[in-house]
Ligand binder design. Sequence first.
Ligand SMILES: [Zn+2]
Length: 96
Amino acid sequence: MEISELQELMRATYLERDERRGVEATFRWLVEEVGEVARALRHEDPGRREHELGDVLAWLASLANLAGVDLEQAAARYADGCPKCGEMPCACPFTP
Ligand SMILES: [Zn+2]
């Protein structure tokens, strides 16, 4: 599935609810889902990790819909490698 397809799918499925909830509450849901990824990473179950990362993607797409951001366009910033140094792989000084 393309990123634009995911965003359109989330729009078709959840836009009305997302608009009713609003951008601030939708952002809080995204952050909560990111917390669930942190918990999933402490477990060895790869299915759980996939599930939680999928939820983060879905909430990110919902937030992008409300914020008027085209995720395909946003991701294009990384299409030619690191947007800072322009290299692939990145040649920036490593920061742990
Ligand atoms: Zn770089």
